[in-house]
Design a protein around this ligand. Structure first.
Ligand code: 3HC
Length: 498
């Protein structure tokens, strides 16, 4: 495979690569290069950190051996390609250096000043920054044209995406060379310009931060929100499990950078992030974060709910009532049933207020075929909520308890994310296919945002955003003008645009 590039008419080839910083990401990146047959020099600040880096490399490749994906001989070969050192001077003859140190601009700037001095003139310097300005980092060197972003995703050996970030001063052709190198590593590159958060983190972290805000607002529990997004949308991880994987410190820092650029209230880090980080609870890497290494607590209500008659209202009521009748519950009327289940994708308080026993009414929103959001109004009794939680289990779904708020949990998180993707496309920053591929390959999503929009229907999402805007008055929830126009024009898919 040709991965060579041109450098003033000369051929640039990437055979020896330096990786600076061997934390979770750096060690993963070193492994990726070594697996592809390149010689890797891994650099850490001190011997202890170096040993931790060696531990990451051994554990990650060891896991592959344990799973039978790698033989011990192959593992030894991969590890044999990695030289570990505490001296940056050992990078003097590297063709490429990828920086993966903490997200602090001053640290990065000072490192790049050193790398610029130490590395051979033809070397390319790359940063794995999650969101900091690549241009700002490049500007500290005497070779800004040879500085790019090469952004991997956690866990680096597994996630298929590499965002290749070029700046306004990046040498012509260099981003293509780095993209070709990413392909050689078995990754799919997406090339983008230098904006805070690039494609993935801008969309992903905004959504994760929103989940943290909703948790703080008491909309639903940590486990409820995680289950809703995993089982209801098919995401590989719920937002809090993913925040723990990424690291709460990194997530907090990304949010700060996004906020600095956008001044969008939704980018202001959720206070709970700052609190956990200050407490040293950084996620998986520190042994605790949103999860304390514990399994999601089961809120399983044991036994059959102690209600006999159930009234079911709303769209799909007949089918749901039939399932309950099969399970031995008597159909009832809204006025006198023990509980009233209102199938709805919008808040049910208005309906509750019209009933003689509003405390018995619970909203129910079926999400996909695995989840049901169980919405309690300010009038719902805990007994009614518990009963409906049990009924939901009886029909084979996972209940997610939540407050009776616009779009409940899943749609409240999903629609603003989709809206952000439309805005990103409309701003000209990235194309539809690139954004979709980035979210699928960078985060393991079952579909990209535009694929999700097509599946859900543009009008449904537009209307959901209007409801969110009406409730929270946050300008970011107002439907993107492009989305609104597509719906008004009767266009079914953004891909159908001429
Ligand atoms: N390191 C190395 N390999 C790992 C790993 C780790 N930390 N965690 C899991 N793996 C490997 C496993 O060995 C397994 O490999 P195999 O298929 O060769 O056997 C594979 O991943 C699947 O693992 P499991 O079966 O144990 O677990 P899951 O099926 O639950 O998958 C997951 C785990 C791949 C992490 C999946 O849950 C996922 O895709 N999660 C989403 C991760 C994500 O969104 N990452 C992006 C975060 S954003 C980011 O990194 C940018 C930064 O700038 C903030």
């Amino acid at each position: 495979m040709d991965t060579s590039g041109r450098l003033g008419g000369m051929t640039r080839s990437f055979e020896k690569v330096g990786v600076v910083g061997l934390g979770t990401m750096g060690a993963g990146i070193a492994e990726v290069f070594a697996r592809a047959g390149l010689a890797v020099v891994g650099v850490e600040a001190d011997p202890d950190a170096l040993e931790r880096g060696r531990g990451h490399l051994e554990a990650s490749t060891g896991r592959a051996v344990a799973k039978g994906r790698l033989s011990e001989a192959e593992q030894a070969e991969i590890l044999g390609r990695v030289t570990l050192t505490t001296s940056l001077e050992d990078l003097a003859d590297a063709d490429l250096v990828v920086e993966a140190i903490p997200e602090v601009m001053d640290f990065k700037r000072s490192l790049f000043t050193d790398l610029d001095r130490i590395c051979k003139p033809s070397a390319v310097l790359a940063t794995n920054t999650s969101s900091l300005s690549v241009t700002g980092i490049a500007a500290t060197t005497t070779r800004p044209g040879q500085v790019v972003g090469m952004h991997f995703f956690n866990p680096a050996p597994i996630m298929k995406l590499v965002e290749v970030i070029h700046t306004v001063v990046t040498e012509d052709g260099l981003a293509d060379e780095i993209a070709a190198l990413a392909r050689r590593l078995g990754k799919t590159p997406v090339s983008v310009g230098d904006r805070a958060g690039f494609v993935v983190n801008r969309l992903l972290l905004t959504y994760l931060n929103h989940a943290a805000v909703l948790l703080e607002n008491g909309l639903a529990t940590r486990d409820g929100i995680d289950a809703a997004m995993r089982l209801g949308v098919g995401l590989p991880m719920g937002p809090f499990a993913l925040l723990d994987l990424i690291g709460l410190d990194t997530s907090y820092e990304v949010m700060c950078v996004l906020f600095q650029e956008s001044r969008d209230r939704r980018h202001a880090p959720a206070p709970i992030l700052r609190e956990l980080v200050t407490a040293g609870l950084l996620g998986r890497k520190s042994g605790g974060g949103f999860y304390d290494g514990d399994e999601p607590a089961s809120s399983r209500a044991d036994g059959k709910p102690s209600v006999s008659s159930v009234a079911v209202l709303g769209e799909g009521a007949d089918e749901f009532a039939a399932r309950l009748a099969d399970a031995g519950f008597k159909p009832g009327y809204a006025d006198d049933a023990d509980v009233v289940v209102a199938l709805s994708h919008t808040p049910v308080i208005e309906l509750a207020a019209q009933l003689p026993h509003p405390s018995r009414l619970v909203g129910l929103h079926l999400v996909g075929d695995k989840v049901a959001e169980v919405a309690s109004t300010v009038l719902t009794s805990p007994d009614a909520t518990r009963a409906v939680e049990g009924l939901v289990r009886i029909v084979g779904r996972t209940p997610v308890l939540c407050k009776d708020r616009a779009e409940f949990v899943v749609d409240a998180l999903l629609y603003p994310y989709l809206n952000d993707a439309v805005r990103m496309y409309d701003s000209g920053y990235a194309g539809i296919e690139d954004i979709d591929a980035a979210m699928r390959l960078g985060c393991g999503y079952p579909a990209g945002p535009f694929e999700m929009l097509d599946a859900l229907g543009l009008e449904t999402v537009r209307d959901g955003l209007r409801a969110l805007y009406a409730e929270y008055r946050d300008p970011a929830f107002a439907p993107a003008p492009l989305l609104d126009q597509l719906v008004t024009a009767g266009v079914r898919s953004i891909r159908d645009l001429p």
